[in-house]
Design a protein around this ligand. Sequence first.
Ligand code: PMP
Length: 288
Amino acid sequence: MSRIAYVNGQYVPNAEASVNINDRGYVFADGIYEVIAVTKRQLVDPEWHMQRLWRSLAELQIPEPMSDPAMRAVMKQVIRRNRVRNGFIYMQITRGVAQVRDHAFSTEMRPSIVMTARNTKAVVTDEMSDGVKVVSIPDIRWKRCDIKSISLLPNILGKQIAKEAGAYEAWMVDEEGFVTEGTSSNAWIVTKDGELVTRPTDHAILRGITRTSIIALAEKAGLTIIERAFTIEEAKAAKEAFVTSTTSLVKPVTELDGDIIGNGQPGSVTEKLFALYAAYNDDIGKSA
Ligand code: PMP
């Protein structure tokens, strides 16, 4: 079955889907995106994702390409036409096509919108992944990482450094020596006292939807959550560490810059959070 993309009002086979070379997304990376998990044909946390999408657009003065209900109708169609049971939906909105390459923009432009979806075996399984390695790198990004912009050069270069080092993720470190986040995930540690620590959502990080879900689940489970920045040294001395994202879920980190975290095995708090998140996803599927 060929996959179907939604491109500016039309559903087309992926192989035939294309955008204009004068699209400012292509020319300037002038746009935003969202990735939403689909579990048993249901979107995971759609309200929070849509909220973040509208906010990203507003921060960049990109007009809304369609209403919220229309957008959701397209999402439903993309899921249906690609027969996605478990997988991900990707949506990207750019400022649109400008015939002249000019840095400044008009706020009257018609945005471009693309949506694709793909199946995976299952987004969440009962089994958490093994512990992964992380390396640290300087955070060379701009000062508005709270916007889910498609300008991801520092992130992709960072992920490549991780890959070449045999690691799963790179944690970016700000000029004061504090970890901001992973190149495509939020960073967490568990202290010796069992407290969960993750950076507050200032402009230096993306407010991950998985992060928001995990905070809610952890609070419900009676865990202590402290939103503060931490250093690589503190993370190395922590009892546990993990990352969260829509695609990584809750993933244990057992090695940081070559040093073992905890006993080198995924920790019990991480395991508990993974189980809570898996159950939370399972419930979404059931309420369908
Ligand atoms: N930070 C960055 C830089 C990311 O790219 C992502 C993944 N989109 C996240 C955090 C995690 O966000 P979410 O939980 O919404 O996938």
